[in-house]
Design a protein around this ligand. Structure first.
Ligand SMILES: Cc1ncc(COP(=O)(O)O)c(C=O)c1O
Length: 438
């Protein structure tokens, strides 16, 4: 019997890292944890030589394609000709901010970060520094990164959707101090009463409301324009900042992100992921008067970090944003997402599976349920276990995705090369196989 490279690598890795992985979310079980050998375009190849068309795309950063030469060439030139880091400013910093400003009218000033988590931390601190208030509110089902205050969630897995009790709010895991929860309120997406009550109860104490308008971490379930507008108005009336987390949607769902689709704009915005086509760059920005509270002046908000605006990250952002703003890459991404949506819709209908799609095609939420979910609690009553079985069948057949319907399908420009009729065949086989397992 031949031993797979995967099992050899896992056996080795487990001796050196908890669960054998560099971070928790990569662990898919000892036998199924994926070790990638290389990636190109929309394809990844694992350590045993198996190829996958990838709709996971590293949780969303890949917007052009893996190893996009237009971006990589500029990054390589930056490394070899100019350098990666000095701990000083460069002219490139402000150039990238100008590129963002040209696409996103709500950004007047911006600062850089290394990850989505860091960008959110910076934005929340800025909101608190500006408003001189401590409390924040977040929306059930959203994800804003791994820092203690954001690591509380509604426990839908153990909640009875037919009962009258509210879901319990629990920490993501061990090590989260109970008191980090005390400044955070939860609201439900598209719940008007909840919104009014929140402002009634917390009128003078809310620094900001933080949300993903299209919840990239709950299957692209989206705010309605009416609810988002009411939220915008209430924030303005109460001196609370609206902080939209566009770490997943930014430079993906449209050049100007989710805000340009709604025509509703935040006081502060966070970006990461698609901003650098896979290079680790992130940012937060917004109104000048708000952002100007950041700085080393007396009473200023502290923001910094050794690797902040390192030149690999900033050069990658410069190259990526140039392509996204000057080419039709995002139109292609949306068109491909739309094609796949149509194909999957056909496949599910033929298989007699009730289904609904959520969110824009570039970040497509797929739910086995008759109606489009309107908030995270609706997701709980979708047939997510059938979706999970379908996903594993797809993965076995060479389609990579996250086997959890809370993670949308991501598209990149390089998906142009995929064979759509192959995808239709594979999806048909996978849904039939999944149904047989129920
Ligand atoms: C909306 C949102 N905010 C913040 C984060 C955290 O970003 P990072 O993983 O880069 O720290 C994520 C990560 O998926 C995210 O989806």
């Amino acid at each position: 019997m031949t031993v797979s490279r995967q099992s050899q690598l896992m056996k080795e890795a487990i001796q050196h890292m908890p669960q054998g992985v560099a971070e928790n979310y990569r662990y898919w079980g000892d036998d199924r944890t994926v070790f990638v050998a290389h990636s190109k375009g929309c394809e990844i190849t694992d350590c045993d030589g198996k190829k996958y068309i990838d709709f996971r795309l590293g949780y969303g950063p890949i917007i052009l394609g893996y190893r996009d030469e237009r971006v990589d060439r500029q990054v390589i030139a930056q490394i070899t000709e100019q350098g990666t880091l000095s701990g000083f400013s460069t002219e490139l910093d402000a150039q990238v901010v100008q590129q963002v400003k040209a696409l996103c009218p709500q950004i007047q000033k911006m600062r850089f970060a290394n990850s989505g988590t860091e960008a959110v931390m910076g934005a929340v601190r800025t909101a608190r520094g500006f408003t001189k208030r401590d409390r924040i509110a977040i929306v059930e089902g959203s994800f804003h990164g791994l820092f203690d205050e954001m690591m509380w969630k509604s426990d839908l897995e153990n909640w009875n959707p037919k009962g009258s009790a509210e879901p319990q709010v629990i920490p993501f895991g061990a090590g989260i101090p109970e008191r980090t929860r005390s400044l955070v309120d939860f609201i439900r997406l598209n719940d008007f009463d909840g919104l009014e009550n929140l402002f009634k109860n917390r009128q003078d104490s809310l620094a900001c409301i933080l949300l993903e308008p299209i919840i990239g971490n709950a299957g692209s379930i989206s705010a309605t324009p009416q609810w988002l507008q009411r939220l915008r108005d209430l924030c303005t009336q109460n001196g609370t900042l609206l902080l939209l987390d566009e770490v997943k949607t930014g430079f993906r769902v449209a050049k100007g992100g989710a805000q340009s689709l709604y025509g509703i704009y935040a006081d502060l915005t966070t970006f990461a992921k698609a901003m650098g086509n896979g290079y680790p760059v992130a940012a937060f920005g917004g109104r000048s008067d708000v952002m100007d509270v950041v700085g080393s002046h007396k009473g200023g908000v502290v923001h910094g970090g050794t690797y902040t605006a390192n030149l690999i990250a900033v050069r990658a952002a410069h190259a990526t944003l140039q392509i996204l703003s000057q080419t039709s890459a995002l139109q292609t991404v949306n068109r491909l997402g739309q094609h796949v949506k149509e194909i999957l819709g056909r496949v599910f209908t033929k298989a007699g599976i009730e289904h609904a799609f959520a969110g824009p095609p570039a970040m497509l939420g797929i739910h086995f349920t008759p109606d489009v979910p309107t908030n995270y609690r609706d997701w709980r009553v979708t047939n997510s276990s059938l979706y999970q079985k379908f996903s594993w069948q797809l993965i076995d057949r060479g389609v990579m995705l996250e086997p959890d319907s809370r993670e949308p399908w991501f598209f990149c420009e390089a998906h142009q090369s995929m064979d759509l009729s192959w995808l239709e065949d594979v999806a048909t086989q996978s849904i039939e196989a999944a149904k047989a397992l129920v």
